[in-house]
Structures are given as C-alpha cells and as structure tokens.
Design a protein. Structure first.
Length: 181
C-alpha cells in the first residue's frame, strides 16, 4: 500500500466535495457519502464496544466485523466494485445462529440497557439500522449490489442478540419493557 495516507489535510474538500474510489468527486451530502459515513460511524461505535470487557469469542467476532465494515465502506466508495462476499454474510448467519441458540426465547420486548457493554451494543445496533436505511436510500437512485444491504440487515440482528449475550455474560438479564406499568 505504501504511504497512501501521508497527507491528511489536503484541502480538496473545502469546496464541499469529496473523492470516490473511482476518482470522481461528489458533494459531501451525496447519498453515497451519507451511506459511507453511516457505515464509518457504525464501525467507530463498534470500536467503543471493543473497549468494554467482552467474552473473547464476542471480541473476535466484533473485530472481524470491523474489518468487514471497512470492506463494505470500500465497496460503497467504488461504484460497481464488490468487496462483501457470500462468505462474510454466511459468517454473520453462523454467529447469529450460534449466539441466539444460547438465549431463552423472548416473551416481551426488551429495552436497550442492562450492562454497559449491552447498552453500547444497542447503540451499535441503532447505528447499523441507520446505515441500512442510507444504503437502501442510495439503492433508490444508484445501482448497488445487494450484499451491503444484506450485510447490515443481518448485522443489526446479530447486534441485538449480542446485547442479550453481553447482559448474561455480565451476570444480568434482559431489561424487559413493562407494558402494564
């Protein structure tokens, strides 16, 4: 890769545009840039979650997901390019099945919270849903592959399940919504 990022402040974005991976310049409020930014925000939130005490297997999964999200951002940055593969989607499905199998069935809605790690996982989940909405919106005006949309859809489900797992790992349980309060 060399010194690809040797100069950070280029001033080329001072006019309200930014460069895509294919060399085109677009406005910073372009739907593609919004989607890339939402994926970046999700990845940053996962970085915060990784600062928490986590079971080793969850930590390893989240670290792999961070790399996948970087790939996803790269795919969004280069129109027509594919970086999210079927294997990455299959891995999310496998983690989802594995972790969900360890949990009791839900009989009520749950509130975001419990342990700090679980609460941060819920913040990641909501950031993931926002990224999904941005990717769907981008797909309304530009042709994009299905894999980025599928990836964030499955990831938000996994983050919900991981929040439940993290509450149990901390010795707690889900925070149930009390409909008759």
């Amino acid at each position: 890769m060399g010194n690809r990022l040797s100069k950070i402040a280029t001033r080329t974005g001072d006019d309200g545009t930014t460069g895509l991976g294919d060399g085109r310049r677009v406005r910073k409020d372009d739907a593609r840039i919004a989607a890339i930014g939402d994926v970046d925000e999700l990845n940053s939130n996962l970085g915060v979650l990784l600062c928490e005490a986590l079971p080793d297997d969850v930590r390893q999964a989240l670290f792999a997901i961070q790399h996948d999200l970087f790939d996803l951002g790269g795919e969004l940055c280069i129109p027509g390019h594919t970086m999210i593969a079927d294997a990455q989607l299959a891995q999310l499905d496998a983690w989802l099945a594995h972790y969900n199998a360890t949990l009791p069935p839900l009989k009520e809605f749950i509130l975001p919270g419990g342990s700090r790690a679980a609460a941060v996982a819920h913040v990641c989940r909501t950031a993931c849903r926002r990224a999904e909405r941005s990717i769907v919106a981008l797909g309304q005006t530009e042709t994009i592959h299905a894999a980025p949309r599928q990836y964030v859809n499955r990831l938000s489900d996994l983050l919900f399940v991981l929040a439940r797992v993290l509450n149990r790992a901390d010795g707690g349980t889900d925070v149930l919504w009390q409909h008759d309060r």
